[in-house]
Every structure is written in C-alpha cells, then in structure tokens.
Ligand binder design. Structure first.
Ligand SMILES: [Cu+2]
Length: 459
C-alpha cells in the first residue's frame, strides 16, 4: 500500500501538463500568446491533443483559428518556443514530471494565413531530438533543463512568406497503455527574406498532419520504463532542411501586421489610442470606446494571460475618473507598462543542430540528423548567422497573384469568450511507471503541494 499523500501528489502533478505559449525571435520576446495559436479553453489548454489522428494534431485545439498577428522573422532567424506547465506562467515549471519523450519542430508554408488550413499535407520537420542512448535522457529532460525553452534555427533555404511553425512534444509516460500524449501549437511567422524560388520539398520529406502518425506507430507505443532501453524510433519523417543557391528576395508582409500605434498589446490584441477630445460628450464617448476595447481584450485573451487587459482597463478607469472630475480635455496620457510574464531562464542556443549533422546534443541512437547535401554555403551561412546576400536582394512588392484576403488588415480577433481559468485540468494518467516513480516519495508529495488541486486524479 502506497502512502496516500504520495499517490495524490503524483496525480496532481500528472494533471498539469504543458502548453506552448510564447514565441521568441532572435531572442526577442514577442509577447505572451502573440502570434501563437493555442486552445481557447484555459481549463484544458495544457492537456494533450487527442486522438493522434485528429485534425487538432496540426496546431492543437482551436489551431485552425488564426490569430490576428503574424510575427516577422528575418532570414535564418533563431526561434524559441516557450512551454509552460501553468499557462500564464504564474508558477514555474515547463512540463509535468515524468512526461518523458521526444520533441520535434515542423513547418508548413501557407499562402493565406487567415484561410489556409493547418490540417493536411505540406508539413516537414526541421528539427528533432529523441533519446540520448548514452545518458538515457530524453528531449523532454533537456527541455526541462532549459526551463521549457526550445530553440531552433529557421533554415536559410525557406523562401520568404508565411509559415506555421509547430513545436511538438510527445510524452510517453503512458504510451504502453495506449495513451501517447502530444503537446503542440503553432506560431504564425512571416519570413521576410529567402531564396527567390519556390519551396522545394521532396515528397518523402513532407507529411500530412494528421496522418503522419497513428496509434500503432512504434514511437508512440514505446515503453520508456524498459531497461535497458532499446533505440527509440523517432516518429514522423526525417528532418528536412531546405537549401537553395537562388538569389535572396525580400517580401513585404501584408497579413497579420501588428499596428504600429498600439499603446499596449495583449497576445494578439492591440490597444489603440483614444482620439483627442474636448468637452463632456467627447469625454464620455472616449470612456465608452476605451471600455469597448477593453472588452475585446478580455474576450480574446488566450490562456497565456490577460495581464495587459488589466493595464488597459486601468487606463479606462483613469479616463473615466477625469470625466467624472470634469476634466473634459483628453485623452489622458497613457502611462501603463506592458506586462510580460517572467521569462523562466536564459534563451538557449539551438541544441541538436540539424544543420551540422549530429552535434552537441542528443546524438545517440535516435539521431539521424544528416546534413542536407549540396549548398554547403547555405549551411555555413546559417551557422554564422549573418550572410544574407544583400547584393542580390530584390524586393518583391506586388503580390498580385494572391487572393484579395491578403489585406493589410489584421484578421479579426476571435470573438468567443472563454474562461481564463488556470487550473491545470484535463486527463493525463499517471502511467504504468516503474514502482519507484509511482511511489513518488517526498518529491512527488512536495510537487503535489504546489501543483494544484489534490483531489483530482487523472483518468
Ligand atoms: Cu500530462
């Protein structure tokens, strides 16, 4: 009989999973939830996607709904994905203990960010990390060491344009019981410059999501509690790094551009300046307009948080107070400060670099990162990170062949209202772990004390 506290503690930990919330481009924080598609329901947002054949596998639950902003990225930028156990980052933690398994990053080029479906063909994998046979450590172990921050270099061979970037974690703690747990979401990114030619993608390197894995895929049924561990069969296609010797071309971003005059943003919402006014009527109209924007902010705030909706609401209160005090000239100067969740650690350099073959990372049995042959210059350019051949850069301004929806207007923010509840809910399953892990002991009990409601056992 196990100590009750340990069992409950483990169950609580297991109920907290992970969620991709925040994107960094060349180390710069884009803002919590900015350019990120994530589930709308805060109560279950950090739960796994299921089943593995569902369309939600592409960009997670609600991943078919575009967000208003698409973040611009220079050619060959380093992008970093932040995974949080608690969606708003109000408590530390990247992913629940024991959720061991591989990670990967997939990319899909889209023509129209507001309309193209993420589910379906056109995905390829630009990075992966599995099991290090020497140390027995998984990608998730490395991700936890790096505080949930996963960095990859975008290939210099990506033509300029719109991309969905899809980091994926596969937690295998319950896999032998038929419950492999995928955690994923998508970032909307605009690559500003790239080779002036179409993306060349060999058919064997691209996959459909869903479709690229099924419940019987060996990497999804793998028993991580086996000793010794056999080599891990990475699911999905081989890594593919597009390369090109074509001259570079810049493209102008038309879709998803964040307005330049936002006083404050929250995820994909922008607080627009209140127009100048004088007189009682104008004052109260401004207050009303301010609260109306505020409502849009709350309604659109994703599980990653609403801190800047509060900042904006304070501004509305300030405006209202001025009207009440009969100071009818306005608006008041906005003095709120944009509020970002604390970044949990240093932005890591990419590890397990695909560009150099097996290198300074997992390596080991599962690594099959072969540098793409040819175009060695491109590889080097990525490694050193400067060399965009500016002498040959041309600027493509007209995007005449694109549909009319390529307007510069941002897509409307989702209008659905959802609870920004942060209780780490959802089913997880403690898994048929080894006895020592199940017993948990002091560590599990201690984690349990901070990890959430104790009574909620996983399914
Ligand atoms: Cu979990």
């Amino acid at each position: 009989m196990k100590p009750l506290a340990a069992v409950l503690g483990l169950a609580s930990v297991a109920n907290a999973h992970t969620l991709f919330t925040t994107l960094f481009i060349n180390g710069k924080n884009q803002g919590d939830g900015t350019c990120v598609r994530m589930p709308h329901d805060g109560a279950t947002a950090n739960g796994p996607v299921e089943p593995v054949t569902s369309e939600d596998m592409a960009c997670g639950r609600d991943g078919d709904k575009p967000v208003a902003f698409t973040c611009p990225a220079p050619r060959a930028a380093t992008v970093t994905f932040e995974f949080r156990m608690y969606s708003t980052g109000e408590k530390p933690g990247a992913i629940a203990d024991g959720h061991l398994g591989p990670c990967a990053v997939y990319v899909k080029k889209v023509e129209d960010m507001s309309k193209d479906k993420p589910a379906g063909p056109g995905w390829f994998k630009i990075w992966e990390d599995g099991l290090d046979a020497k140390t027995g450590k998984w990608c998730v172990d490395r991700l936890m060491e790096k505080n949930g921050l996963l960095s990859v270099d975008l290939p210099a061979g990506l033509p300029a344009g719109y991309y969905l970037l899809r980091p994926e974690i596969l937690a295998l703690h319950n896999a032998p019981a038929g419950d492999p747990q995928f955690y994923t979401g998508c970032a909307q990114v605009f690559v500003q410059e790239g080779p002036e030619e179409d993306l060349e993608m060999p058919s064997e390197k691209q996959v459909s999501i869903p479709g690229y894995v099924n419940p019987a895929t060996p990497g999804l049924t793998f028993d991580i509690y086996n000793k010794p561990l056999p080599p891990y069969p990475m699911p999905g296609p081989e890594v593919y790094i597009p390369t090109s010797n074509a001259p570079a071309a810049e493209l102008e971003q038309k879709q998803g551009v964040a307005p330049s005059d936002c006083l404050v943003t929250n995820a994909n919402w922008c607080g627009k300046p209140l127009g100048a006014y004088g007189g009682q009527e104008g004052c109260w109209a401004a207050v009303e307009g301010c609260y109306s924007q505020s409502q849009t902010c709350w309604d659109s705030a994703p599980p990653s948080g609403d801190a800047n909706c509060k900042v904006w609401q304070d501004y509305c209160k300030q405006t209202e107070a001025a009207c009440t005090a009969k100071n009818f000239e306005g608006p008041p100067t906005f003095s709120g400060r944009e509020n970002l969740a604390k970044v949990p650690g240093e932005i890591p350099k990419p590890w397990n670099k695909a560009f150099k073959g097996v290198d300074g990372g997992a390596g080991g049995e599962t690594s099959r990162l072969t540098a793409t042959t040819g175009a060695a210059g491109t590889s080097a350019a990525v490694e050193e990170k400067p060399a965009t051949p500016t002498t040959t850069t041309t600027t493509l301004t007209a995007i005449s062949s694109r549909p009319t929806s390529m307007s510069s207007k941002a897509a409307p923010a989702p209008t659905a209202t959802w609870a920004v509840s942060q209780s780490p809910g959802g089913r997880c399953g403690a898994g048929p772990g080894p006895p020592e892990a199940r017993a948990g002991g002091a560590k599990a009990a201690r984690l349990g004390s901070v990890a959430g409601p104790r009574g909620r056992a996983g399914g």
